[in-house]
Write a protein that binds this ligand. Structure first.
Ligand code: WTA
Length: 681
């Protein structure tokens, strides 16, 4: 059944293909051990008690100096949290656990090849390595507090080690997803102004060895062309002691970290005192224009927030083994593979490879082998695991207490497979809605206090007060069945501080639309606009419908439409391009690219292939268009804006495309529709 909204609500074009579901209760055995069982918590975290309730989050950390002001709202919407406080992230993730958990496993590295041994780091060992790397970054690379460093690495233990070493020095890390191109790393290095690149020689992905160092050469070259000189490239070896890339080292520029480390053996680096509101890291994410946005996160606010989320919503206890299959190159990996789990003293897993390698039993074998109690993945991964091995989880002895999903709405059907087959009806599921910009979860049901409802992320987390607004900023009441802009009424400590180097874009993109008075110093006048559309049921649970802005989500990864289109436009034959998301059984959605060719060029399969490969090379293989449709024209408004909404409806195979009469060229719609139907048949 498709629930469709009539009228012009944002997201009304997004089909919701499922109905309201029944509730599922957490098991008493889960509730009995849960970290968050205090029924009065939501009263305590009600809006009247804002902002002081967030002190409970900050108190989960060790501070060198206590904060003086919980919340500074003197310059909206640039909020500052725990002002005057000083702390160190690596101290909170490592040093403070040495007393009680010295020999507990902090981190497992699981290589993709199954015959390679799993590598284990105790809290003590991880602390040692982080100190040595911090000494190297300080003394060899000359990094100091406030410097930015780009880290372009695959999933290996040395990635969190490097990140933690940066935070030990107060160095701002800028991690770029390993699967991205050298060009993506160059763009992000230039925007962040980082003089140093940290990379790796190579890694395994889906059974293949990938030469990663080659990308570093591309990054340096592009930066040089644009006037940024990267002084050093530091390279981790996937096999310590053996350089495993075919790419030669450049004398005086490239250095193997593993060769340098013996010089810093057993050095201890005093954790640098960092102010709560000093930036901790940048994470670039796609926006609605071509240029990626450098989301800037704070030190004290961010760490407080992800610590609370790891404790109360992921329910991580020190004795838990926690397995998140995201990549550390995304925000999920930062917050919930590295910082949250280590801050609460848990055991976290870094898995190198893809979930289905060598077969769909792999995650369950890892879980069985390491005694994983908490499992975290995306609907995309679940769909592909289910397709390749629907009965596979039943063959293994693993038993989760809690399972997490993130990144896209999860279909109730997939949810039920997760619950019944993967979780064996014993694990609680939390569907966590949040964003790169928000640092941690915003909408999830509290696992021991609130019931699960398939397809709905749940109510706001403790201290977060979401609201749905219509185009004019009026509140849409719960249970009205209407979609609108999903916003948050109140600031919170995990929220980004700004966009690096572009404060105007920060205000414009997230706050301006629903702010009625730019002079207002009252935080109540500055709701946060997420860019997602959602509906709220009578029970207060939110159902996320998807993005309103020009961003598509593929396999749970956010891609900017402009970025992909610009890549397609680098092919000389292409005159115009528009990208939309089309539904896909496994990936949730896949990119469909519509292009108009310059006069004199004929559409050919070779040209389509060239365009596809160009996009993959320029952006990432994730962005490779599943289909390229070469059409006579694109539907446009009278002001010349391409109507992607109509193309998306065509790609979905919708019969009713809504009102097209306001277009500048309505006649083209039927032509495109006929063309697409023919080629999809
Ligand atoms: C989408 C990932 C539905 C949403 C943490 C959001 C979700 C974007 C969910 C952020 C969920 C994330 N249900 N949709 N549980 N979680 N999204 O920045 O559209 O990579 O705006 O952060 O993913 O993607 P990002």
């Amino acid at each position: 059944m498709a629930i469709r909204e009539k009228g012009a609500e944002p997201g009304s074009h997004i089909g919701v293909h499922w109905k309201e579901e029944d509730y599922y209760e957490p098991r008493p055995s889960f509730t009995a051990q849960a970290n968050l069982t205090d029924e009065s918590v939501f009263e305590r975290f009600s809006l009247e008690n804002f902002p002081h309730y967030f002190e409970e989050y900050a108190r989960l950390l060790d501070w060198f100096k206590h904060w003086e002001k919980t919340f500074d709202d003197s310059n909206p919407p640039f909020w500052r949290w725990f002002v005057g406080g000083e702390l160190n992230v690596s101290y909170n993730c490592l040093d403070r656990h040495l007393k009680d958990r010295r020999s507990q496993t902090a981190l497992y590295f699981v290589p993709e090849p199954e015959d390679e041994p799993i590598v284990k780091y105790t809290y003590y060992e991880l602390w040692r390595r982080v100190n040595e790397v911090a000494a190297l970054l300080r003394d060899f690379a000359g990094l100091k507090k406030g410097d930015r460093v780009t880290i372009h690495m695959p999933m290996m233990a040395e990635l969190p080690i490097t990140m933690l070493a940066c935070t030990r020095l107060g160095v701002i890390h800028n991690v770029v997803f390993g699967g991205f191109t050298g060009k993506a790393a160059a763009d992000r290095s230039m925007d962040a102004g980082s003089r140093l690149l940290i990379t790796a020689d190579g890694y395994y992905r889906n059974g293949k060895w990938l030469d990663h160092k080659a990308k570093a050469d591309e990054t340096v070259k592009i930066c040089e062309e644009h006037g940024l000189h990267l002084e050093k490239v530091l390279i981790w070896q996937r096999y310590p002691g053996k350089y495993s890339s075919d790419t030669p080292l450049v004398e005086g520029r490239d250095y193997i970290i593993n060769d340098l480390l013996p010089r810093y053996r057993h050095q201890v680096v005093e954790p640098v005192r960092v102010k709560s509101e000093e930036p901790m890291f940048l994470m670039y994410t796609s926006g609605s224009t071509g240029k990626p946005k450098g989301v800037q996160h704070s030190t004290g606010g961010y760490l407080s927030y992800v610590t609370a989320m790891a404790k109360y919503y992921l329910d991580i206890h020190p004795e838990d083994v926690y397995f998140c299959m995201a990549d550390i190159g995304w925000i999920t990996g930062h917050s919930f593979i590295v910082y949250g789990p280590l801050s609460v003293g848990g055991t976290t897993i870094v898995y190198e490879g893809v979930p289905t390698y060598p077969d769909a039993g792999r995650p369950w074998r890892i879980a069985e082998e390491l005694g994983v109690t908490i499992f975290h993945t995306s609907p995309t991964a679940l769909r592909s695991l289910r397709k390749a091995g629907p009965e596979e989880p039943l063959k293994y002895q693993h038993q989760f207490k809690l399972m997490v999903t993130v990144g896209e709405p999860i279909e109730p059907d997939v949810w039920r497979w997760y619950y019944h087959v993967v979780g064996k009806e014993k694990a609680v599921i939390v569907d966590t809605w949040w964003q790169t910009e928000t640092g941690g979860f915003l909408i999830v049901q509290a696992p021991a206090l609130q019931k699960m409802k398939p397809g709905s992320a749940g109510p706001g987390v403790m201290g977060i007060h979401p609201v749905i607004l219509d185009e004019e900023g009026n509140e849409i009441p719960p249970g009205s069945g209407k979609a609108g802009y999903l916003c948050i009424r109140n600031p919170w400590p995990g929220a980004m501080q700004t966009l690096w180097g572009d404060p105007d874009r920060y205000v414009r993109g997230y706050y301006a639309k629903f702010n009625k008075n730019p002079q207002s110093k009252d935080w109540r006048d500055w709701p946060y606009m997420s860019g997602d559309s959602a509906m709220q049921a009578e029970d207060g649970y939110f159902r996320i419908l998807g993005r309103i802005d020009d961003v598509i989500t593929v396999s749970g990864h956010r891609l900017g439409t402009k970025e992909i289109e610009n890549a397609a436009l680098t092919v000389p034959q292409v005159a115009e391009a528009a990208i939309v998301a089309a539904p896909d059984e496994i990936k949730g959605s896949v990119p469909h690219l519509y292009v108009v060719l310059h006069p004199g060029y004929e559409p050919t399969p070779e040209l389509a292939q060239l365009i596809r490969e160009t996009v993959a090379r320029e952006i990432s293989p994730i962005a490779r268009p599943d289909k390229v449709f070469m059409v006579p024209d694109l539907p446009k408004t009278r002001s010349g804006k391409i109507m992607r909404r109509i193309l998306a409806a065509i790609s979905r195979g919708d019969k009713d495309l809504g009102d097209v009469t306001t277009l500048a060229n309505p006649e083209v719609v039927g032509e495109i529709q006929a063309h697409v139907q023919k080629s999809l048949r």
